[in-house]
Ligand binder design. Structure first.
Ligand code: ADP
Length: 188
């Protein structure tokens, strides 16, 4: 099974991704995590990525494709992948289709975690205290949210038209949200 996890920053994608991967034996691919790993390596590419991520803008599709391919080549899980934070715009969704074709995989569902804007801000400012991510501050968050609405949200309609959308209420206890997801995935 191959899934995409979609949702605004702070919706809880990372938390739910780990649980879904554990339950369904999928490999977690978080482009955000892969980018943060690359910046820690302090390579030239890493330094370039760092300033973009810290401003809340999107890293170029070319860089994303490069790090994704590298990860997929090194992680051959025939059981499937969960893409978290990718695709984030229309061009990336086309790149994903191409990538999946190349490895003979098909997309089974797109989970959309739905959370209202006020709650997102609360959650992210709390996460800043726990994790110290440089892009978790109010100003950068507004930029991330704006980009989400402009570039990522339109994907919801595309996947809805392809009958792949699984819309989940992301408000509630972590385990409660996870249960909602599992119930829908079990009936796929
Ligand atoms: P969140 O979903 O909370 O914004 P992520 O960890 O998914 O957090 O992403 C953090 C940042 O990494 C984004 O704001 C963006 O700069 C960059 N990023 C992650 N995934 C992508 C992607 N698919 N395309 C472009 N940039 C990305």
């Amino acid at each position: 099974m191959n899934l995409i996890l979609l949702g605004p920053p702070g919706a809880g994608k990372g938390t739910q991704a780990l649980k879904i991967c554990k339950s369904f034996n999928l490999t977690h691919i978080s482009t955000g995590d892969l980018l943060r790993d690359e910046t820690k390596s302090e390579s030239e590419l890493g330094n370039q990525i760092k300033s973009i991520v810290e401003s809340g803008n999107l890293v170029s599709n070319e860089i994303i494709l490069k790090i994704l391919k590298k990860f997929i080549d090194g992680n051959n899980n025939q059981n499937g992948f969960l893409f978290d934070g990718f695709p984030r715009n229309k061009e990336q969704s086309l790149l994903l289709n191409k990538l999946m074709n190349e490895i003979n995989f098909k997309l089974d569902g797109v989970i959309m975690l739905d959370v209202n804007k006020d709650l997102l801000l609360d959650r992210i400012l709390k996460r800043k205290k726990d994790e110290g991510r440089a892009d978790d501050n109010e100003e950068v968050l507004q930029n991330r949210l704006r980009i989400y609405l402009e570039e990522t949200q339109p994907l919801i309609e595309i996947y809805e038209n392809e009958n792949l959308l699984i819309k989940i209420d992301g408000v509630g206890e972590i385990n409660q949200v996870n249960q909602r997801i599992n119930t829908r995935l079990e009936s796929l």
